[in-house]
Design a protein around this ligand. Structure first.
Ligand code: FEA
Length: 152
């Protein structure tokens, strides 16, 4: 069996390095597809954490930040599609939060590309705080709304 470098890094991260934080039941927004997406976002954040702890080069950090950004966009589109479909009343402000996250992530990615290692802690804090805040406050708000309309 051949392991890619990324797969190996991920396994090492699971074995050797503690996670920044893990998804827990109190993170559930009660809609399973969105919970699964949130688990994946947290997994990618933990992968960035592990890479930084292992002092990997900036290009490796940037590649996972890009993956996080791409996955976030797909997940955000999924949420927004359902919000439009069910006429969610807080769509506009919710979308605005998503856009700000992608914009800030892109800014940080560019700065890291310019070799600013000092930004690593800032990057992790930004991702962690944003995910916790957004999932626990803004996403949590749509859970019951979608459940009442039959989304699972
Ligand atoms: Fe409104 Fe969901 O977005 N997840 N996150 N983060």
């Amino acid at each position: 069996m051949q392991l890619t470098c990324r797969a190996l890094l991920y396994i090492l991260s699971m074995v050797a390095v503690m996670s920044l934080f893990e998804w827990k039941e109190n993170f559930s927004v009660k809609i399973s597809r969105f919970d699964e997406a949130h688990k994946k976002l947290i997994e990618l954040m933990n992968e960035i954490y592990a890479i930084i702890k292992m002092r990997k080069d900036n290009a490796t950090i940037v590649s996972v930040v890009e993956e996080l950004s791409e996955y976030s966009k797909t997940h955000f589109n999924d949420e927004v599609e359902q919000m439009i479909k069910f006429q969610y009343p807080y769509l506009k402000e919710h979308k605005e939060e998503h856009n700000q996250f992608i914009k800030e992530l892109d800014n940080m990615k560019e700065m890291i590309q310019r070799q600013s290692n000092l930004l690593n802690v800032q990057l992790l804090n930004f991702i962690k705080d944003w995910l916790i805040n957004h999932i626990m406050k803004s996403d949590m708000k749509y859970g019951q709304f979608f459940l009442d309309r039959g989304l699972k």
